[in-house]
Design a protein around this ligand. Structure first.
Ligand SMILES: C[S@@+](CC[C@H](N)C(=O)[O-])C[C@H]1O[C@@H](n2cnc3c(N)ncnc32)[C@H](O)[C@@H]1O
Length: 487
């Protein structure tokens, strides 16, 4: 028998059934580890049939439980790939866009809100369809493909109800309010004062999904193929525009997308453990009145967490004019007083202009570098380096993608060594880490941006006068902090 190169053999002559057994054992051991961790803390694992809330996710947020869940996800998906016919797998993957599209339709058609109002017994699709102008016979097919993939339940023929996953989509608003606002004001207002999860689904299944359909064209078009410009992307082809993402969002007709994107960024905090921004960097150790500059800080959702926990620090949150306008409302609503005391300053600043704050203890760049191609990242980092003092720290918070094979080349950097999962799992945790790789493609299609490997970030930092001194990362969450000092 010929083995293909790179097969992660358990022995010299890999036995497919031994791999299945090894994967099952990883799953079984991880379940045991969850049980013992939760029983020692007197906590319950959340049921897939109860609505999601941040409080009820507490068990899964325990680092050891979270890690065990990641192991189970990686092993279970690899098990599926090993046992299912390869033809069926390929066809299933090729048609999986139907899932993203269906999720977008259910969200836009107010299905989550209609099902919350219907209660645990659910509602017939004819009733659910009244929450929008959708055809019930088409909606039932959309909901069935989701229920088949464990999002919603089909509790009786054409009767659907929430499960835990689908309940995440609920904005908490009444169908009546949503129907009234859809006819009177912009549909983006649906997401105002919500967790931002439905907003994020809207962003991914509207502008991102539409752009993804053009990615093949963009990558194979000689004019766009090697482009490093944010104006030459699949999104530019899909929406027939020559503007970069953030300018495009500000264009007339995109008001709902701009509003939704801002709310998505705020909601994205919930994809990581609460207060994740606080970990891995010694904010407490900064001197009294030290200045943290949140560069491209959006409405300042991350800085707000830091303000609340580290009252000895001062903050400048910089962004584009339209975002700063939103940020003013956000801060005055959530933490009135922060601005009037001067503890927090909201500042209009272009990432590509010289940095006006030259006495910063920290420049924080969270989810910024991944928005831009290398040559633009270098401009951003060089402006910060020019304004930095010798004590300034650069904190880059972004996904760090790993190769799908082992790579130990940068283990000399403090914190860079990762826990290597047991074989036969992929060293990047396979499907458990899939969201980062999907986001990488989303960055490419929308902005010509990218999620980077540690080596790619290190190269950018070194080319702009920064030196990587420490990394903070976890096995389960791909978001990492790369901490630098002036070189
Ligand atoms: C992905 S969001 C990240 C926001 C925030 N750092 C966070 O982690 O929630 C990117 C941010 O960059 C801002 N941005 C994009 N282009 C910019 C520019 N040229 N100058 C300043 N900010 C910009 C956007 O308005 C947006 O708020």
């Amino acid at each position: 028998m010929i083995w293909l190169a790179g097969s992660p053999a358990l022995s010299d002559t890999p036995d497919p059934l031994a791999e299945l057994e090894a994967l099952s054992k990883i799953i079984q051991d991880s379940i045991e580890s969850i049980k013992s961790s939760l029983s020692s803390k007197n906590m319950d694992f959340p049921s897939p049939y109860t609505p999601m809330s941040l409080e009820s996710e507490a068990a899964r947020m325990q680092p050891e439980v979270d890690q065990a869940c990641a192991m189970i996800t990686a092993a279970a998906y690899q098990l599926i790939s090993d046992v299912r016919s390869p033809m069926l797998t390929i066809v299933t993957v090729a048609t999986q866009y139907a899932l993203s599209a269906s999720l977008g339709i259910a969200t836009a058609a107010n299905v989550p809100e209609a099902l919350r109002e219907a209660g645990p017994k659910g509602a017939h699709v004819v009733e659910i369809a009244k929450a929008s102008s959708i055809d019930p016979t088409k909606l039932s097919r959309v909901l069935r493909v989701l229920a088949t993939n464990h999002i919603f339940l089909e509790v009786a023929p054409d009767v659907f109800a929430h499960n835990r996953i689908s309940s995440c989509l609920d904005t908490g608003k009444s169908v009546e309010t949503l129907l009234a606002s859809a006819t009177t004001i912009s549909p983006g207002t649906k997401h105002v004062n919500t967790t931002g999860i439905a907003a994020g689904i809207g962003h991914c299944t509207d502008e991102a999904l539409k752009s993804a359909a053009y990615l093949q064209d963009a990558l194979l078009d000689p004019a766009f193929a090697c482009s490093q410009e944010p104006t030459e992307t699949a999104r530019n082809l899909a929406f027939e525009t020559n503007t970069a993402m953030f300018e495009w969002l500000e264009k007339e007709g995109n008001e709902h997308r701009l509003l939704r994107f801002g709310i998505t960024m705020e909601g994205a905090k919930q994809a990581s453990p609460p207060n994740a921004i606080m970990e891995g960097f010694d904010w407490q150790g900064l001197k009294k009145n030290s200045l943290v500059v949140d560069v491209g800080g959006g409405i300042g959702a991350q800085s707000m967490t830091l303000v609340q926990h580290f009252p000895h620090l001062r903050f400048v949150i910089q962004d584009r004019e339209s975002t700063v306008e939103e940020a003013i409302q956000f801060w005055d609503r959530q933490l009135p007083g922060a601005r009037s005391t001067g503890k927090v300053v909201l500042q209009i600043h272009d990432l590509f202009a010289p940095q006006p704050v030259c006495d910063a203890a920290v420049y924080l760049l969270r989810n910024i570098i991944h928005d831009w191609p290398d040559k633009y990242c270098l401009q951003i980092l060089r402006h910060l380096r020019k304004a930095a003092t010798s004590d300034t720290r650069l904190v880059i918070v972004d996904s760090l993608v790993s190769y799908a094979c082992e790579d130990r080349s940068l283990e000399g950097i403090l914190g860079a060594r990762r826990v290597v999962p047991p074989k036969p799992l992929l060293s990047n945790m396979g499907h458990a880490a899939a969201a980062s790789y999907f986001t990488d493609i989303q960055m490419m299609e929308l902005l010509n941006g990218k999620e980077r490997t540690l080596k790619e970030i290190k190269d950018l930092m070194e080319a702009s006068g920064w030196k990587v001194v420490q990394i903070h990362q976890s096995l389960a969450f791909s978001t990492a902090k790369v901490i630098g000092t002036p070189a």
